[in-house]
Write a protein that binds this ligand. Structure first.
Ligand SMILES: [Zn+2]
Length: 275
């Protein structure tokens, strides 16, 4: 993939079609707009002001954080543009998209972003801290022996509305500080679905890589709460932890990567998934 390809004209066309962007990260090629499907459902011609339509023009995909599942507002970017662009805009769009990008699309068909309704615990207002949901969420973490320090360090939060309502959100950041995954655990005592995690390319994901010191022994666990507990237990040994809340193929990848360098011992702690 050519990192130096110029996407500025593509961005211009997207803005021409979808209006003012809410957020734009040109390093990642990620830009958000008001979702035309959501706006249409609400009868709002000028957008609903939510910015839920996320487009990654480098990976050539899009997704609406609100209506992707119900309206199938997700997938190959071409599908979206063809539907909403005028013939002139569509022509420009195909003309300006660097050719080699269009061919490699299907490998990365997911975008990860924290939910729109995400609120970080440590950045909550005093008013919010008084709410029932805040206390319920906070008490849930306490009951799982998650300390205040861990909550701050891992930038944990929760959602009190939206598709991740009543869930603790534990984000994972990559080396550059961008969110690459999150775990959304219900904090209600009864729930149909304990976890509701985003789709992501889990094979290339390393959980909170900026916290992993690859020169130290690496412990593998499955499930984010195992990881948090283990990290605390191991802190006195100055050991670090690579945590994967995901697949066995990833575990074997770690195993392979780490054991390839014999001076770095690997200890494999196998615990329950998604506790
Ligand atoms: Zn939508």
């Amino acid at each position: 993939m050519t990192k130096d390809a110029d996407f500025s004209l593509v961005v211009d066309v997207l803005q021409d079609i979808f209006g003012e962007p809410h957020n734009h990260n040109d390093y990642r090629g990620q830009i958000s707009f008001d979702c035309p499907v959501c706006s249409d459902m609400k009868g709002l011609d000028d957008g609903d002001g939510k910015g839920n339509l996320e487009i990654n023009y480098m990976n050539y995909v899009y997704k609406c954080w609100s209506c992707a599942e119900t309206e199938n507002t997700k997938g190959h970017l071409n599908k979206l543009v063809r539907k909403y662009a005028s013939p002139r805009q569509y022509k420009q769009f195909t003309l300006y998209t660097p050719e080699d990008f269009v061919k490699v699309v299907d490998k990365r068909d997911t975008i990860v972003r924290l939910p729109y309704e995400f609120v970080e615990f440590s950045k909550s207002s005093e008013g919010r801290q008084m709410t029932h949901k805040f206390r319920e969420a906070f008490n849930y973490l306490k009951s799982r022996n998650i300390t205040k320090e861990m909550i701050i360090k891992h930038r944990m939060g929760y959602c009190d509305s939206g598709p991740y309502e009543n869930r603790i959100i534990i984000p994972s950041y990559d080396n550059k500080g961008y969110v690459n995954f999150f775990v959304a655990r219900s904090f209600l005592s009864w729930t149909r679905m304990k976890y509701k995690n985003p789709q992501a390319d889990k094979d290339s994901l390393i959980w909170n890589e900026h916290m992993v010191d690859w020169t130290k022994p690496v412990y593998l666990v499955e499930g984010v709460f195992d990881g948090l507990r283990a990290r605390r237990r191991l802190s006195t040994l100055a050991a670090t932890l690579a945590l994967c809340g995901c697949s066995h193929s990833l575990a074997s990848h770690y195993w392979h990567t780490v054991s390839a360098t014999p001076q770095r011992p690997l200890r494999h702690t196998h615990t329950h998934m998604n506790t």
